[in-house]
Unconditional design. Structure first.
Length: 138
């Protein structure tokens, strides 16, 4: 898999991948999420391709205190080939190069398989409660 920054022509394939992976939600418009990401650190919006076909994504960010990864997705037909691991390694590399001391991510509590994936990569559950408030309705 080749990893590169997102390009505008990737939009349809990215959204289809997110839908196939169950990452989209009615209250989050994926096109708006992409547009918003492209305003801040667009070089940290990564896609993975195999034979020029988009098969993976990771939306990475650094706020100066913590790094974050959202929308890590690997096409169901390309799982168990270390593509998710490769994207996370690239995210970690890019964040460390920016001086980021810690990477955080959010996983839905019902997604046990993904939680196990991250645990195998060395991530541990922090004893925190995540709170959120919608500022702009999609």
């Amino acid at each position: 898999m080749k990893i590169r920054p997102y390009q505008p022509q990737d939009e349809s394939a990215v959204i289809a991948l997110w839908q196939d992976c169950g990452l989209t939600r009615p209250w989050n418009d994926p096109r708006k999420d992409i547009t918003r990401k492209l305003t801040t650190q667009p070089e940290l919006f990564l896609v993975g391709t195999v034979d020029a076909v988009l098969v993976a994504t990771a939306m990475v960010g650094f706020d100066g205190h913590r790094g974050w990864v959202y929308y890590l997705a690997v096409a169901p037909t390309h799982r168990r080939q270390s593509h998710g691991r490769a994207l996370m390694q690239e995210a970690e590399h890019l964040l460390m190069a920016r001086g980021c001391p810690k990477l955080n991510l959010l996983v839905r509590s019902s997604n046990a398989g993904v939680i196990d994936f991250y645990r195998r990569l060395g991530y541990m559950q922090d004893e925190v409660v995540s709170l959120g408030r919608r500022l702009i309705p999609d």
